[in-house]
Design a protein. Sequence first.
Length: 117
Amino acid sequence: MFRVAIALVVAIAASSAIPADPVEALVARNPISEAERAYAAGNTRHIVLPVCGEQRGEVIPGRPPDDTPEVQRAIDEGQRPLSCADFGYDPKNARFVRAARWAAQYNRKLLELGAKR
């Protein structure tokens, strides 16, 4: 019985030491609140997500896909909270879509806040 209790404590401690899923950690937060908090702190960098698979690249969800100097600067200076490795094997791109929806809300809020200045 004592061995079972020790094994249980070790298992719980080990599971809490495993880092949380980065995609789930990102989408668990409120994107509007996070954007407002970042903007208030002076962080106006947009979320940039990697495009994984055969056609690699980066996108800024929630922004028009223009190739203007402003968009290029936003990509260059953007936050990159996730990598292709964080999405893992995702043949239907469900994890990417969830992260992109979250990032689109965040980025649109940043644009809205910046327009109010």
